[in-house]
Design a protein around this ligand. Structure first.
Ligand code: FAD
Ligand code: DLZ
Ligand code: SF4
Length: 515
């Protein structure tokens, strides 16, 4: 009795739930490179190269572990282009008695999985993805009846559930659950700064790079310098390198930004965690051990673990709880096109130029660049949140809708009206100047609000608050800036709004966005 087990591109884990309690001799594993997946947005070239190469290496690892793998490449002339049509062909080839599959990471693909039983007239067992810490039911039960869904409360439950940094009385190690206040230092350029490891492409990766160069030339980003880990062994090397060299200062410099330093003390592990090469809980345990061994301070270790068992799990919970229509929310009614230079980095605003050029080069930007540079600017100009979402989904190697959408539409663009974040993440130039070295290199003057050389973030910040006073004026967390705005003289307020309008007009005049 053959069992057909489709393995999707973000299910690259040897102990995936669909592989448990299945006899290797009776199973065929199906992996599919399909144009539906490579083309549902214009993924960055490096993102496609990473996923296809990691898939091919994973197929080899599965075979080595004794599984039979049926692998369909993108350039197979018979490739029919979608998960469903490829499973249909595989059903013809292998005549399975049943299918087992681990649930998909997003609504779009889950709908395909849900249709298979009827379509193929075979039993289809869809198993929960146990690489996550909270089940869907656990998140739903936690959220049920709460007026506000606050990540911090959810995170504490995940700390207790996993036992990470919790003592034997259920209390947080160090006496506090959260050390975020210690994690807001600006960084200085330093010759001893850590750098992620670089992995030279092997023959499999070189084949993939050739394929991607030929087929996805019109996608954003570059393939130059592709050096991702594409196997679990190399992803583990990257993990070890992070633990040894960057974790101790991760916390202190978590929010810092420096020109031409795309990685700072970040782990750069998200592509590996999200596609399955690294297990999130195993990673958190390795991080916690560094604290126990006295090799990394608590603010760094707690901060890192919070990102994974707190934010990452919370975002997944929100994504599945809110349903497939979440993507259409637009609480602030924003409709502006993203400027075309989001796909080139050709702007003289140094902060945006640095974040976008780094993104196009590396398919990576660290969190505070995503949130407080590209996200902040898009929100201040009133960009259409769906366009912003598609941009983030395209350009980052770690972007899958379940994690990208709540981060972008929810946390960054306030499109859900405050479900993910209790206030919009906006700032004027002052915050960017405090946390980075961008402003000193910029043609704009961060100290000015009015004038040809005034930092655009300054007028845009106040204009945003003024434009949305009806929706945001009663938000307790914005009472200070609204009081401050009210105190500014009428003439100053008018001048600020005129300055913002002329900047926004010039953006609109520069033509439609899009790649
Ligand atoms: P580190 O700073 O080293 O953090 C450690 C790990 O924590 C990350 O690898 C990641 O797994 C997790 N993490 C940290 N913050 C978050 C968060 N807010 N949500 C979920 N996980 C988190 N992350 C993605 O994995 N995919 C995305 O598509 C994505 N889109 C984002 C879009 C926007 C607008 C914003 C503001 C954030 C987004 N994030 C996304 C979250 C975060 O920016 C990235 O996880 C992080 O930058 C990845 O780099 P790193 O591995 O060096 O992270
Ligand atoms: C993102 C992506 C890309 C670019 N290509 C493939 C592919 O060819 N085959 C595949 O199995 N997966 C790919 N993926 C990842 C899938 O989109 C991802 O597994 C789904 O989003 C899961 O919901
Ligand atoms: Fe960005 Fe303004 Fe600073 Fe220039 S001055 S880098 S636009 S914040």
């Amino acid at each position: 009795m053959t069992t057909l087990i489709p393995i999707l591109g973000d299910q690259l884990s040897l102990d995936l739930s669909s592989l448990k309690r299945v006899g290797k001799a009776d199973a065929v594993l199906l992996m599919m490179e399909v144009t539906d997946e490579t083309g549902y947005v214009r993924h960055h070239k490096k993102k496609i190269a990473y996923i296809l190469s990691a898939m091919r290496h994973h197929a080899a690892a599965l075979r080595e572990a004794g599984w039979q793998v049926d692998y369909v490449t993108l350039d197979d002339p018979d490739n029919s282009g979608s998960f469903t049509s490829e499973v249909a062909r595989a059903v013809e080839r292998h005549a399975p008695a049943r299918l087992i599959v681990t649930e998909a990471g997003e609504w779009r693909v889950q709908a395909m999985l849900d249709s298979w039983e009827t379509l193929f007239g075979l039993p289809v067992e869809i198993r929960a993805d146990d690489r996550f810490i909270a089940t869907h039911a656990e998140f739903a039960a936690w959220a049920e009846g709460r007026r506000e869904l606050t990540m911090e409360w959810f995170y504490r439950e995940m700390r207790v559930k996993t036992g990470l940094l919790v003592d034997d009385k259920g209390k947080p190690v160090g006496g506090k659950w959260n050390f975020d206040k210690e994690n807001r230092k600006p960084a200085q350029r330093d010759l001893t700064m850590p750098r992620p490891l670089s992995f030279a492409p092997d023959a499999i990766t070189r084949d993939v790079l050739e394929l991607v160069a030929a087929r996805f030339d019109n996608h954003p980003g570059t393939l130059d310098g592709f050096d991702f880990a594409v196997t679990r062994a190399d992803a583990l090397r990257q993990r070890r390198h992070f633990l040894d060299h960057a974790l101790p200062d991760f916390g202190a410099y978590e929010d810092a930004m420096l020109t031409d330093e795309p990685y700072l003390w970040h782990s750069v592990l998200s592509p590996y965690v999200n596609s399955g090469l690294l297990d999130p809980l195993e990673l958190c345990r390795a991080v916690a051990e560094r604290y126990t061994a006295g090799k990394a301070p608590l603010n760094s270790v707690e901060g890192y673990i919070r990102q994974i068992i707190g934010w990452r799990e919370f975002m997944r919970g929100i994504y599945w709880r809110e349903g497939p229509d979440y993507v259409d929310r637009n609480f602030l009614g924003h409709e502006r096109n993203l400027p075309g230079w989001y796909w080139t980095g050709d702007t003289d605003m140094q902060c945006l130029q640095s974040a976008i050029r780094g993104t196009l080069q590396n398919a990576y930007a660290h969190h505070i660049q995503r949130l407080m540079i590209t996200g902040n600017f898009a929100l201040l100009i009133g960009a259409d949140p769906k366009q912003v979402h598609e941009w983030y989904l395209e350009v980052y190697a770690d972007a899958y809708e379940w994690v990208e959408l709540p981060n972008t539409l929810g946390m960054s663009q306030f499109g859900d009206g405050g479900l993910v974040g209790s206030k919009p993440y906006i700032s004027s130039g002052a915050y960017i100047n405090r946390m980075s070295d961008y402003c000193g290199r910029c043609r704009y003057d961060v100290g000015k609000r009015i004038g040809e050389d005034a930092c655009p973030f300054n007028a845009l910040y106040w204009d945003f608050l003024a434009r949305h006073e009806d929706k945001l004026g009663r938000n307790r967390r914005l009472s200070m800036p609204y009081r401050n705005w009210a105190k500014q003289g009428e003439a100053d307020r008018r001048a600020t709004r005129r300055q913002a309008k002329s900047f926004l007009d010039s953006l609109d005049a520069s033509g439609p966005g899009g790649y």
